[in-house]
Design a protein around this ligand. Structure first.
Ligand SMILES: C[S@@+](CC[C@H](N)C(=O)[O-])C[C@H]1O[C@@H](n2cnc3c(N)ncnc32)[C@H](O)[C@@H]1O
Length: 240
């Protein structure tokens, strides 16, 4: 008997998303099923959906698509806004069945028309999008979580978004992602937005919890809006 998990109230109105989050199971294209993991949580989906309803983007970019949970939340908002396109970037190295199941979930929700998937790594996809002249209003960074990758994702996202655009980081409590956020705070002008998510310092043990609080390193997602185009001179460097 499948175990059903209670999703948060007010999930984006998308039956496929609700089913995936409730069953924590994804049906793959070959008919087998996988346990859901590494997804954007239900609470984060609610926050992102509401944010995008209040701040409708013309173009949103998502780095890291996986089973398509965040894609469904974003696309549901765009569809309700009757405006906007989502570009998802994920290479799916060795995960063809997962790629097909994410695309099927989007198709079954009637959202494919607003969606474009680039089966590439973000470090090459983002420069390609720059050369195409793509200027997203919203970029969600949830791909490779290593510092170098998260930093490169931020670097290109910052180059692409106009003043007033927003960059959201998932898993902000990771040391690597937190470092990128500290860089952003010291070397760019962004304001942090409250999207209604509870700060979490959750850790495996008390020591880590205290350490995270001292560092103010919390999750789950954090949102930053660009306030101007300021960049420091190349001689400027503040330890971050
Ligand atoms: C945490 S999962 C994304 C979860 C997704 N946002 C969701 O809510 O279901 C991370 C994804 O990043 C992808 N990924 C890994 N390296 C990447 C890279 N260099 N560029 C883009 N995506 C990458 C992985 O294939 C994986 O599907």
């Amino acid at each position: 008997m499948p175990v059903l998990h209670a999703p948060p109230r007010d999930l984006p109105p998308n039956e496929t998303l609700r089913r995936i989050l409730t069953s924590r199971t994804v049906i793959l294209a070959d008919g087998t099923s996988n346990e859901l993991h590494s997804e954007t949580s239900g609470e984060e989906c609610v926050a992102m959906y509401r944010f995008l309803k209040d701040n409708p983007p013309k173009i949103a970019i998502e780095i890291g698509m996986a089973y398509g949970v965040s894609s469904l939340a974003i696309l549901t908002a765009l569809e309700e806004n009757q405006c906007g396109q989502l570009i998802s970037i994920d290479p799916y190295f060795g995960f063809e069945q997962i790629r097909l199941s994410a695309l099927k979930a989007i198709h079954d929700s009637g959202l494919s028309e607003r969606h474009r998937h680039l089966q590439m790594v973000s470090e090459t996809a983002l420069p390609q999008l720059i050369s195409e002249g793509v200027t997203p209003d919203f970029v969600y960074i949830d791909g490779h979580h290593g510092f170098d990758h998260a930093f490169v994702d931020f670097f290109f996202a910052d180059r692409m978004i106009p003043v007033g655009g927003t960059i959201a980081f998932d898993d902000s409590q990771w040391r690597s992602v937190h470092r990128v956020i500290r860089y952003l705070r010291n070397h760019r002008h962004y304001e942090e937005l409250n999207v209604g998510l509870q700060k979490s310092f959750q850790s495996a043990n008390l020591v880590n919890n205290v350490y995270k609080r001292i560092q103010n390193r919390f999750g789950p997602s954090r949102y930053f809006r660009k306030t101007d185009d300021w960049k420091p001179p190349s001689s400027f460097y503040r330890n971050f």
